[in-house]
Each structure stands twice: as C-alpha cells, then as structure tokens.
Design a protein around this ligand. Sequence first.
Ligand code: OGA
Ligand code: MN
Length: 204
Amino acid sequence: MQNLSPQLATIIDDLSENGYAICDAFLSAETITALADKATKLYLAGAMTAAKTGQHTKLSNANIRGDSIFWLSETSEKTSVQAYFSKMHLLRNALNLHLFMNVQELETHLAVYPIGSVYEKHLDQFSQGEGVQARQLSSILYLNQDWQADDGGALRLRLTERDFIDIAPTAGKLVLFLSHDFWHEVMAAKADRISLAGWFRTSI
Ligand code: OGA
Ligand code: MN
C-alpha cells in the first residue's frame, strides 16, 4: 500500500481480513508514559467522572461498568495528546482511503478501572436515530507500564458466540475492532488499569 508505514499497512490488512487488529508500540514509549501520567494525575485529583452505560441513560452503575473517564479534546496543548491525535488522523486517512470507511470524527476518553472493576459484555454501537453519529471503529490504547501476566484486566473480544480472545492491556498496545461486530468486555484486574479509548464516527 502506497505511502503507508508498515505498521499502518498491517493494521489495514488485519482489519480488512478479520475486522479487528492488535498493534504493539503504536506510539513512542515517551508518549505512552506521558499519557499514563496525565490519566493518573486526573484520577488522583478527582477530575474523572464515573462512566455511564448506554446512550440515553444518565445513570452510572459500577457493577456493569466500573471505570472513571475523562474526555479528551483535540485542541489540548499537551504534546502527548497531540501525538495521539496526529497518529489517529493518519490512521483515519488510511481507513478512508484503503477500506472506504468514510469516518470523520474521533471521540476519545481516558479511562481508569480501579482494582477489581469490570465493564460487562457490550457492543459499542448505540441504537441509531436520524442524525446520530454512528460509531464505526472502536480503538483502545493501553497505558499500563509493568503489567504482569497474572494481573488480569484483559479485554475479552468475542469473535463468535463461543470463541473469544483475551488481550492483555500492556502499555503501547492499540486494539481496533469494528464497533457493530464485536461484543467485548473488560475483565477484573489486580491493579489499576489505564486506557485511552477512541471511536471513529460517521454521519448516517
Ligand atoms: C469501552 C471498552 C475496553 C477496554 O470503553 O467501551 O470496551 O479494554 N473498553 O478498556
Ligand atoms: Mn466497549
């Protein structure tokens, strides 16, 4: 594929073949560390809010979803946030050019799952109404340095009703999947678990 880095070319191939892709070292270790620090600071300062489930519910229910989140803005002046958005824009161009996805906006939040918390099995695609910006592609970038094999906290991605893969949330790993197609859940962890989730949307 012309003008694509080997990393983005592999992502595009995997998405077109399987509907999902897993990519290690998506951003530099320096950027990942800076994003992790930002999330930790916001969390400790009490600046994150309890995540909600579903499009129309104003309720948070920690049994279903236990993370705290902070929405990021593309206008942030933080170098690490800019590095994230500029790489995601390269990815977006590749999605539109090579997979004809027609995605435009990217909504994105940092998330901290405290020890033991989960996000039960769900789809990221909300019910659609006229003018709703539909989520097309889900992305999660993990920010957990020194994550141990027995720390848990996997993203359980369901490939069929019976089959799933468990993906460890190790620092620098980006997971992408088609939002309509993949049920998934976050398993409980023995350590606080930090991630940066993003959704590419299109107008429908
Ligand atoms: C989500 C989600 C998965 C993860 O925020 O919708 O499924 O691994 N996150 O953090
Ligand atoms: Mn999800």
